[in-house]
Write a protein that binds this ligand. Structure first.
Ligand code: 5GW
Ligand code: MN
Length: 337
């Protein structure tokens, strides 16, 4: 038997050793370094801000009878819907180091006036710091005033026929897309975005929008019920979508994806357009109707919120904090004559 004094000392020594061990193993708990504290704090703040923004959008929604789906950050098939704050651009920029991105744009007849502001704003906001190739299509190749593009960016200007009828202009756009996604782009770029030219970039638009197949919610219908989407409803059209179907209404002014995916999409849309032409009908919103039909059966892997397509004339702008890609106000009669 040890004397009681030695027993007490022994217990104390074991206890102290245990405390020292605990401190060594958990230094970060006891001696919080300043940097770690900041990271944890800023992460919490970011998370709270995202949560708040999300709640704010949903609270705004309670004010009327509107559909919630368009405000979600995930579709029922688990594709992300890109809203401000749901991604970390630093991580994504690193992942896309070396990624080559194309921007396809059509500017014939009077729409040529929109080209310069389009390209200049793209230089400022579109995929800054990445490899970008612009694919511009126009009938006035020599008249294009080429803006200076940053290092790593290329401006290609291609000649195209300027059709008289606007229906043919939209068909020609699909045709050019089919040809280029098959013949030229596979060797030049990884992802392609197709955009209307009567638009300007107004805030950051970066690699967060890249995905296999990407479509943008139409800013006029993101809170509407599917019954009121302006899909083509006549069964005779190749763009037909029955009333019980449809997830979202997408706008044809911005969509994209891997080059191969856009090739498949453009072939399918063009086929639909030609089929309709044979039957002497034309889908209610031309290629946009065919695009919506394609995307119903070939679900996009990523969806862009109306931050990526906005028009100042629209209501519900309070839901959209950052208006990144804006329609230029135009006199429809004037530019189309
Ligand atoms: C479009 C409609 C009627 C007559 C002409 C055109 C037209 C479209 C044109 O003369 N030139 C032209 O380059 N376009 C291309 O098609 C542009 O890239 C334009 O942004 C795109 C879609 O046409 P938009 O912008 O008039 O369609 P909305 O739906 O934005 O009004
Ligand atoms: Mn447009």
């Amino acid at each position: 038997m040890l004397p009681p004094k030695a027993y007490v000392i022994g217990t104390l020594v074991v206890f102290m050793l245990y405390i020292v061990g605990f401190c060594i193993q958990n230094t970060e708990l006891i001696f919080l370094s300043k940097q770690e504290q900041t990271i944890h704090w800023s992460q919490k703040v970011t998370e709270k801000t995202i949560e708040l923004e999300h709640c704010e959008r949903k609270l705004l929604l309670n004010s009327g009878k509107k559909r919630k789906m368009g405000l979600n950050v995930l579709t029922p098939w688990l594709a992300p819907i890109i809203w401000d704050g749901i991604y970390d651009i630093k991580i994504l920029d690193n992942q896309h180091n070396g990624t080559r991105i194309g921007l396809f744009v059509f500017a014939v007849k009077k729409y040529i006036r929109f080209l310069r502001p389009f390209l200049e704003s793209a230089e400022r906001y579109f995929m800054v710091g990445h490899k970008v190739t612009y694919y511009v299509f126009t009938e006035k190749v020599n008249e294009v005033v080429k803006p200076k593009v940053a290092d790593g960016r290329i401006l290609q200007i291609h000649n195209v026929v300027a059709d008289q009828r606007w229906q043919d202009v939209s068909m020609r756009r699909m045709e050019a897309l089919t040809i280029f996604t098959k013949e030229h782009m596979p060797n030049e770029i990884d992802y392609l975005l197709c955009a209307d030219v009567d638009m300007v970039f107004n805030d950051h638009v970066g690699v967060e929008i890249l995905g296999d197949l990407v479509a943008t919610l139409h800013p006029g219908f993101f809170l509407s019920e599917p019954e009121s989407f302006p899909y083509e409803r006549r069964p005779i059209s190749a763009a037909y979508i029955p009333y019980e179907h449809g997830d979202f209404y997408y706008m044809a002014a911005l969509y994209g994806g891997k080059v191969e995916e856009i090739y498949k999409l453009s072939v399918a849309c063009q086929k639909g357009i030609m089929e309709d032409k044979k039957n002497y009908i034309e889908a209610v919103w031309q290629e946009e109707s065919h695009l919506n039909r394609y995307l119903l059966y070939n679900k996009p892997t990523k969806i862009l919120s109306p931050e990526y397509l906005w028009d100042a004339n629209l209501t519900n702008g309070e839901f959209i904090k950052k208006k990144r890609f804006l329609a230029v106000q135009k006199d429809h009669q004037e530019v189309r004559n």
